[in-house]
Design a protein. Sequence first.
Length: 355
Amino acid sequence: MSNLKHITIDCRMYGKDFGGIGRYVQEIVQNLIHQNQFYLSILANDEAYEELKGRTVENLRIISCSSKMFSIDEQLELYNKIPECDVFWSPYMNVPFLPIKAKKRIVTIHDVFHVANPEYYSFIKRRLISLYYFFSTKLSSKIITVSNFSKKEIGKIFGKDIESKTKVVYNGCDIDSEVVSPKKMQSDYILFVGSVKPHKNLKKALLAFELLDDENLKFVIIGKKEGFITGDSNVFDIVEKINSGSQKIIFTGSITDEDLYSYYKGARMLIMPSLYEGFGLPIIEAMKFNIPISCSNIEVFHEVGGDQLFYFDPNCEEDIKLSIEKALRNDTINYHNEILSWKDVSENIKNILLN
């Protein structure tokens, strides 16, 4: 047992409060902790600590972390709490700047949105974000990303030497749609899964929805609507206008996975109007339910979704409307895309961590 490698994983963004990143961390860690092929230390937020502390797993150590992320306190806590180990893996780019007691570092950079779209941030935030990307790319011996598009973007922004040490591992999905009951709603509905960040382009999707000639159709928005530094307040003005006669736009707020899957099962279609993404997890989740998907014609969605999605120009409300109408004319679609399980994703990442 003494020859086992020691891996430390940063799980401070574990769980549903952190959206797609939180699911990524949670699913992978849940698949790794029982393997007993390495010593595993976990830097845990409150949710991860509560979920994992009762596990009777050999070679597992849980280290509670409480400092605010993207702060000086965070940097000091990481410096003090990362144990001596063979590999330190950051599943997000909020990495330690100071020297740590790990022989090598590996980081997941899901996308480079922050530097590819600087207009969403103030000068000070741009400078801070650039530091995290600098230390993520320069100090890591390997970089994991979630699509070939993101790998290409990493190379375009940070250089070919950084791209050459970047490995692509697609996100996964384990939903068994057969055991899910559809959400009971009084009307048919279009589903949107995500936040109100401006690059999610929810505003344009709502304006296109308003153009539809269907009084009974609803628009359900699943995801947090507060707390984002780049939240789009214009969305709420549009919602108020559309809902002035009757409630056609429904915010669910934070919900359980079971509820999310029920909404997928009952939806007429999914809409993904994003201007920029590193992957697009709701697309493969919706595929599990064989519901039509209408989405932006951005490169990464073509990579993830192939030729079975209904693409539109995300800047044109009329084009979005036409795409929605095409999707609504289809009840189900039998997708032929290969979707990895989270177990497969975890195996791929484990191989990168150990080699």
